[in-house]
Write a protein that binds this ligand. Structure first.
Ligand SMILES: N[C@@H](CCC[C@H](N)C(=O)O)C(=O)O
Length: 282
């Protein structure tokens, strides 16, 4: 094992502009630290990303060894500030695209691949878009966020990682100042939370039952252009508030559009995921 990341291979990818540095590390040998992750994700002095996806064999990582029989690969997810998160919906989709494009898994269109995450196993289907069975988030209860001196009531949701979904009028969404973190209740969110602001949109989207727009302030990354687990939380809250137990929610994020299709315990998150560059760290 080296003592720095110099010479390590990397790839860069994104899902609806939620972007990641991908580090192939099959044997879990890279000396990854919070400081090195933050340096890689720095948008001026590093490669720039919302997070790092380390691609490691489940058998070779202590957090995933128990999943080794069910999933060869573990998504070791780190936020841009170097903190570790349990789940990343867009990360899974980009991770699967990377595995397929590098031949680490069967890349046949329609193939289903299961990977390990800190929040358990997730299975995705490869295609032009990548659709992942995320499971329905648990709605924890009502709480709220404070932003710029204004209170926003919302619903706490557990999508494998913590979320707070706050509905806002459509006319207010674009004007929210998300340059600083919304204040949240530490008693409800002892590990912090990702905060989504969501607005109903009137124009129907073919194939979707509901159409909303979302902006997110991510724990460990700040405002990002998309958040897959946030979309799952938003879909669960939007459907629950409408008294629905099933349906497809189209969610417009600054970086594009994702869909979440809910039926019983099933929630399938779908959208684009692309690899845009590969290289070697200096
Ligand atoms: N962008 C991700 C979520 C990444 C983790 C999050 N910032 C956290 O700390 O929980 C997604 O697409 O889900």
């Amino acid at each position: 094992m080296g003592t720095t990341l110099a010479g390590a291979a990397f790839a860069k990818g994104h899902g609806t502009e939620n972007d990641f540095v991908i580090l192939p590390d099959p044997d879990g040998a890279l000396p990854l630290t919070a400081e090195r992750v933050a340096a890689l994700c720095d948008r001026r002095a590093g490669l720039g990303a919302d997070g790092v996806l380390r691609v490691v064999r489940s058998a070779k990582h202590p957090d995933a060894a128990g999943y080794a029989e069910a999933a060869e690969w573990f998504m070791d997810y780190w936020n841009a500030d170097g903190s570790i998160a349990e789940m990343c919906g867009n990360g899974i989709r980009v991770f699967l695209r990377y595995l397929a494009e590098t031949g680490l898994v069967d890349a046949t269109a329609g193939a289903e691949i299961t990977i390990a995450t800190r929040s358990g196993l997730r299975t995705g289907r490869l295609g032009e878009t990548i659709a992942v069975q995320m499971g329905t988030p648990t709605l924890v209860g009502t709480t709220g966020a404070q932003l710029g001196g204004v209170g926003y009531p919302g619903v706490a949701a557990d999508a494998g990682n913590p979320h707070l979904v706050c509905p806002v009028p459509a006319a207010e969404l674009a004007g929210l100042d998300l340059t600083a973190p919304p204040a949240i209740d530490p008693a409800v969110f002892p590990r912090g939370a990702n905060v989504e602001f969501v607005a109903d949109l009137d124009d129907p989207v073919p194939g979707a039952d509901r159409h909303v727009a979302m902006r997110v302030y991510e724990r460990g990354a700040g405002e990002t252009r998309s958040c897959g687990s946030g979309v799952c939380a938003v879909a669960a809250v939007v459907l629950a508030e409408a008294g629905e137990t099933a349906g497809t929610v189209a969610v417009d994020v600054p970086g594009g559009r994702l869909t979440a299709t809910v039926e019983g315990d099933s929630l399938v998150l779908a959208g684009p995921a692309v690899i845009v560059a590969t290289g070697t760290l200096a």
